[in-house]
Design a protein around this ligand. Structure first.
Ligand code: SAH
Length: 216
């Protein structure tokens, strides 16, 4: 059955407040704030949890996974400096919320998820919202070589290391944002220069669900 999108003035008001909060926490990109302001985050969670949908918190979405905290989504997206038309690879589709934020910013999104349970609902919601990213069921450690190289790569689960396949799939001049670590993660920005040289810089600590090895 098709998903019906409900987005009332109340939802829009709550979302605007969330964006004000993100701005107060240091998110300055108007492109990022506008995108978050446009995506009905409540639709990504069970109706019973409306009051949580616009709090700046991560939330469980089933299969032991979470929808990322809005601040984390905003922070990672801002770091990527997305421009319209860029090809972006996302590892960890999860709820599909981050995917929609990237689509709203005009990116051509390729997103990989390793859990079947999560792979079923998000595509229907993403489509109902009017976006058409390419979604894959697979192992993010391998990236998605078929459509490589990518202008930008975003990893939305905690990676034990920076997978070599992802560095290989980044375009010269490209940027990757990846949380690296086991218990908590250091947000790491990897930049590939035009000669293919890699520079990485480390930022704040975050806590993500772990990037899990391939099931097969
Ligand atoms: N971007 C999501 C974040 C979801 S949490 C959102 O906006 O809601 C991280 C997701 O990464 C989970 O759905 C988890 O199943 C997925 N994941 C974990 N290990 C993975 C791997 N090796 N490859 C692809 N996805 C993975």
């Amino acid at each position: 059955m098709a998903i019906k999108i409900t987005d009332t003035f109340r939802h829009q008001g709550m979302r605007k407040k969330l964006c004000d909060e993100l701005r107060a926490k240091g998110i300055v990109s108007t492109d990022v704030l506008q995108a978050i302001n446009a995506i009905p985050r409540h639709m990504f969670m069970d109706k019973a949890f409306l009051e949580f949908a616009y709090q700046d918190k991560a939330f469980p979405i089933g299969a032991g996974q979470t929808i990322s905290q809005p601040y984390t989504v905003a922070y990672q997206t801002q770091m990527l400096e997305i421009k319209r038309g860029e090809k972006v690879l996302e590892i960890g589709t999860g709820s599909g919320f981050q995917t929609c934020v990237l689509c709203k910013m005009g990116a051509r999104v390729y997103s990989v998820e390793r859990q079947r349970e999560l792979y079923d609902y998000p595509p229907k919601l993403i489509e109902a919202l009017g976006y058409s990213p390419k979604l894959f069921y697979g192992d993010g450690f391998k990236g998605e070589p078929m459509f490589a190289p990518y202008d930008k790569i975003i990893v939305t689960c905690g990676a034990p290391n920076i997978p070599k396949a992802l560095i290989d799939q980044l375009k010269p001049g490209g940027r990757m944002i990846i949380p690296v670590g086991m218990d908590d993660q250091i947000m790491t920005l990897v930049v590939k220069d035009m000669d293919g040289k890699i520079t990485s810089s480390e930022f704040e600590k975050f806590r993500f669900v772990p990037m899990l090895p391939d099931k097969s």
